[in-house]
Design a protein around this ligand. Sequence first.
Ligand code: NDP
Length: 336
Amino acid sequence: MSIKEISKKVVILGSGPAGLTAAIYASRAQLEPLVIDGPQPGGQLTITTDVENYPGFKDGIMGPVLMDEFREQALRFGTEIINVWIDRVDLSQRPFTLYGKESQDSEEVSTIIKAETLIISTGASAKWLGVPGEEPVPEGLGGNGVSACATCDGFFFRERPIVVVGGGDTAMEEALFLTKFASSVTVIHRRDDFRASKIMADRVKNHEKIKILWNTEVKAINGTKESGVDSVTIYNSETGKTSDFPTKGVFIAIGHKPNTDLFKGILDMDDVGYLITEGKTMKTNIEGVFACGDAQDAYYRQAVTAAGTGCMAAIDAERFLAEHSSEVEMSTATRW
Ligand code: NDP
C-alpha cells in the first residue's frame, strides 16, 4: 500500500466545537488547515439531543445539527477534513509528524502528516464504573443493556424500566431524555445531593416518571447474553445494605476522561490526563503545539467554552507561524 503524505501549516486533531472553531479561524486566516476527525466526528455534541445553552439559538438546537453547521462553516473557508486514526506522533522536531492508519485496527500506516503547528482538540470520552457486567459484549452486557449514550440507545428501552447512574448535568439530561421511552427511570447517585445545576436537578426531582436512590452505589450489573440486563446490585452507604434492583437498562453518566493518551510522556498533563496550557494562552510545553477544548479543560467543559479556546488556539498558532515562518504574516484584526 502506498503511503499518502500531507504537509500543512496547521493540523487540528479532533473535530468537536474546539477543533472546528480553530479550523474556522485558521482557514479565514488563509492557513488552509487540515482537520483530522477522531473516532467520533463532531465530538460529544453529536450524541446529545437539544442544546439549550449555545448562544445564538434562542429555541435550542439539536447537537448533531449544530456540529454540521460548524463543519460547513469550516469547509466554506478552505478547511480540509480527513478521517484517519492517529496512533503515533513525533513532536521532537518541527515540522511535527503524525502517523495515520485507516482505522484503529489497521496494522499499517496509510498517511504521514507533517505539521508546522499542531492544535490538539481530541476532547473527552465517557467514564465507566469498572464494575462486573459493564464490559462490552461478549464479556459483559455493554451494548446489551448497558450504555453511556441515551440519545443513541434510549429507543431500545421503550416501556422498560431503566436506571441512570450519576448526579451531574449529564445524568440529569439522560434521565429526562429517557422518560420519553422508559416505563420508569431511577437515578442512582452515590451522595445525597446532586452536582448538577439547580435547574436540571429540579426538573429531575419533580418529574413524575423519575425516582432517585440517594447514597447508593452500583456494585454489579447482572443479566445474561440472552435476556440482557436483569438487575443491578446496589449498596446503600447509609444503611450498609446490599440488594438487587430490577432493571432492563443501565445508563452510565459519571463524567468524562480526556482523550490524551497519545501524548503521554510527550506533553505536560495533570494526574487525570488534562493537557496543561500556559497562562491565558493555549500553548503546551512544546513550542508550536496548542491544546483546546475538553482535552485541556477539566473545569468548564462546555461547548461554548471549547469553541472559545479553539479560537484562541488558532490565533496562537497563527502568531507562532508569523514569528517562525517567512511565509506567514499575522492577519489584521479585521480578518478575524
Ligand atoms: P460531572 O463530573 O459534572 O458529574 C459526574 C457525576 O458522576 C457526579 O455526580 C459524580 O458524583 C458521579 N460520579 C463520578 N464518578 C463516579 C463513580 N465512579 N461512581 C458513581 N458516581 C460517580 O460530569 P457530567 O458529565 O455530568 O458534566 C460535565 C460537565 O458538562 C459539567 O460542567 C456539566 O455542567 C456540563 N454539562 C452541561 C449540560 C447542559 O448544560 N445542558 C449537559 C451535560 C453536561 P459526585 O457528585 O459524588 O462527585
